[in-house]
Ligand binder design. Structure first.
Ligand SMILES: Cc1cc2nc3c(=O)[nH]c(=O)nc-3n(C[C@H](O)[C@H](O)[C@H](O)COP(=O)(O)OP(=O)(O)OC[C@H]3O[C@@H](n4cnc5c(N)ncnc54)[C@H](O)[C@@H]3O)c2cc1C
Length: 406
């Protein structure tokens, strides 16, 4: 590790790796530091990602890191077990895949290292270096050695429990109520259909949702997110569901993980002098679905380019770096607002009303020309819109935001 770089990326999750790739592509000398001993592990994720995000990273989807690219039905159950089914015709490429995220991130890291970025695992940032109101690097613990490493721009991609931005003096505070508390079993020998993803709303996961995302025949991510202030643990809800479901009850748990997901909308400021914040650290997570990879990857791609340009021009001020924040907001801010409103309405709806809405929507076919850039939440909301139009309150609150749901 050198003592100075153009750009230091803290955290080698999807947002950090995307930032590093983009910065290196635009000519910056880049260091990526990762706290964990291995990139991609442990996985705290249902692993569902839009195909376009993989393509945007210059990766060719293939079985070494895509576990399932053939989910043809998304089935959502209301509290009273009424169901919505979104069907994808066999002759179209599905817009989303279930990843083997460990391999996805590892292969991406190898690609970025081969492009010239320097990557160091088992190297947490333990502080931020500041001079004259600018972040100018980080203090790291590299295996057993503590050292200062300087950078013209630091990109904080350190996930939902981010400390870097706080250490730099930025306000990224989120109330615990605004975090979903998640738990997930990766289960083998379960009797699920590999072509069907399932989502359950209601008492099984209060304030959130329960999911079964199939990775292969007999193998699935089974998990849930609940409101962060629920006195009962996410694990307790997960166990209850699995024990009651005869398809899952006798399956083996081959991996277990828990984690927080920021669901309260993005931070007000994503940049300050010499620093940019991306991914979960900037709360760039769809507030209705909890999906964050797509938005963090896009943030990284934009931020990496802006950081490299800042280095070239010698201007690393918040003013210059805010080009990233403006672009990200242009692409996603209205869409996130629509999702926030939709989520609030669903959470406030009495169970019988939600049952009726799901019954009214019923089974819908996904149009063959669906854009591969569409995340699954946007796709779902767009497809069910013809029915939502009959609900005046929803139209009133959501109508003007609908065009943003690309
Ligand atoms: C149970 C669960 C299921 C989910 N399912 C989905 C899903 O299906 N689809 C989806 O899109 N999203 C999903 N999410 C959300 C998704 O996992 C996150 O949005 C995504 O991982 C965010 O990427 P990131 O790069 O911002 O952060 P992370 O993936 O959290 O990566 C941050 C990295 O920074 C490292 N780090 C932290 N602090 C330091 C430090 N001081 N120094 C060095 N390194 C540091 C961490 O070790 C970590 O590797 C899920 C989340 C959970 C918890």
């Amino acid at each position: 590790m050198d003592s100075s770089y153009d750009v230091i990326v803290v955290g080698a999750g999807p947002a950090g790796l995307a930032s590093a790739k983009s910065a290196v592509e635009h000519g910056a000398k880049v260091l990526v530091i990762e706290d964990h001993a291995a990139i991609g592990t442990p996985v705290q994720c249902g692993e569902s990602l839009a195909l376009s995000s993989i393509e945007e990273l210059g990766l060719e989807p293939n079985p070494s890191f895509v576990a399932n690219d053939d989910v043809r039905i998304i089935r959502l159950y209301s509290p009273g077990k009424k169901k919505i089914e979104l069907l994808m015709p066999e002759n179209v490429k599905t817009p989303g895949v279930i990843l083997e995220r460990k391999m996805f991130e590892k292969l991406l890291a190898v690609k970025i290292a081969n492009m010239g970025a320097h990557i160091c695992t088992k190297t947490p940032a333990i502080g931020v270096l500041k001079e004259n109101g600018f972040v100018v690097g980080v203090k790291v613990k590299h295996i057993d050695e503590i050292k200062d490493v300087r950078a013209k721009v630091v990109i904080a991609a350190d996930g939902p429990s981010s400390k870097i931005a706080k250490w730099a003096g930025m306000d990224i505070y989120s109330d615990v109520k605004k975090f979903a508390s998640c738990a997930q079993f990766q289960m083998a020998n379960v009797k699920i259909d590999p072509k069907v993803s399932e989502i359950y709303l209601g008492k099984v996961a209060p304030g959130g949702g329960f999911w079964i995302l199939p990775k292969q025949k007999g193998f699935a991510n089974v998990g849930l997110g609940i409101a962060g202030d629920d006195p009962k643990t996410a694990l307790a809800y997960l166990r209850e569901f699995v024990e009651k479901d005869e398809r899952l009850r006798n399956g083996s748990i081959i991996e277990f993980n828990v984690g927080p997901v920021p669901m309260g909308g993005v931070v007000k400021r994503m940049v300050d002098n010499g620093i940019m914040v991306v991914g979960d650290a900037a709360r760039q997570v769809n507030p209705a679905t909890g999906g964050g990879m797509k938005f963090g990857i896009r943030a990284g791609i934009i931020a990496g380019e802006v950081a490299a340009n800042a280095v070239k021009t010698g201007d690393t001020s918040a003013r210059f770096l805010s080009a990233y924040e403006k672009q990200w907001n242009k692409e996603f801010a209205r869409r996130f607002k629509a999702f926030e409103i939709f989520k609030e309405m669903v959470l406030e709806m009495p169970d019988e009303k939600l049952d009726k809405l799901c019954e009214d929507i019923g089974t819908r076919e996904v149009p063959g020309d669906i854009d591969s850039g569409t995340d699954l939440g946007s796709m779902g909301l767009r497809i069910i819109w013809p029915v939502l139009r009959n609900y005046p309150k929803i139209v009133l609150k959501l109508g003007k935001f609908l065009p943003s749901l690309r």
